[in-house]
Design a protein around this ligand. Sequence first.
Ligand SMILES: C[S@@+](CC[C@H](N)C(=O)[O-])C[C@H]1O[C@@H](n2cnc3c(N)ncnc32)[C@H](O)[C@@H]1O
Length: 255
Amino acid sequence: MEDQLTLDSILDKHPALRCVEHRKNAMYREVKSYVLRGQQLKESQLHALDELYDDYVIEYKQDKLDFAEVFGNSNPVVIEIGFGMGDSTAKIAAENPDINYLGIEVFLYGFSKLLSNIRNYNLKNLKIMRFDAVQVISDMVNDSSVNGFHIFFPDPWPKKRHRNRRIIQVPFAQLLASKLKQNGYIHSVTDWQESAHSTLEVFSQIPLLTNPYGGLSPASGWRPETNFERKGLDKNYKISEIRVIREPDAEVSPK
Ligand SMILES: C[S@@+](CC[C@H](N)C(=O)[O-])C[C@H]1O[C@@H](n2cnc3c(N)ncnc32)[C@H](O)[C@@H]1O
């Protein structure tokens, strides 16, 4: 009889899944932008982890990624930070087969849900990591190698006392800018006005980044609604988009 698939058996098989941060990396320890929520995985998510891990999951290591090797081609690379349930991530990847996507998320429930969607959408251009995005980008991504960063609704805690949990602060913005190719972009979206202003303020302090709109960007037609966004829209929250680019000399492409 086949052994029953449990989360413990999967964690034993892929011990890297147990750990979402590398504790010796002191540089970004002050910014803890996530909390780990427990949630029981569904059967389909356990199967996705068991069957798709080797093909679609990248593990954290202190070594730079070779994107051409990871994706098997030299297409542009876009990194999404904190994809949540990953529904919009899968749709964006399906609509843009000539762009490679690397999604990073610590929330295991969403991580394994996206893994099963990779199979449902038959995606060849999306890989995912379960690790602190700050450490991944710092330790594993070469300078001037990324075409875009997506940061959709990074702040779940709209309280002043949680301000220091915001991921978009000057050192992180500097880090992202250093990883962008010329004309590469950061596209950030929030439903929290104060966070939008703070993000604009942070980006304005990074000499490598330019805001072609001088403030909020127009609503983008290419971006599917995210899970978190839907909840904000139900409460009539205003959605703010911010797009900055590294070096200003090319058209801002929509994706
Ligand atoms: C408010 S949720 C939004 C999720 C999704 N982008 C959406 O719009 O539905 C923010 C997500 O970012 C993830 N996150 C925050 N900081 C992170 C980090 N440093 N590394 C990886 N994921 C992170 C959290 O686990 C959470 O799932």
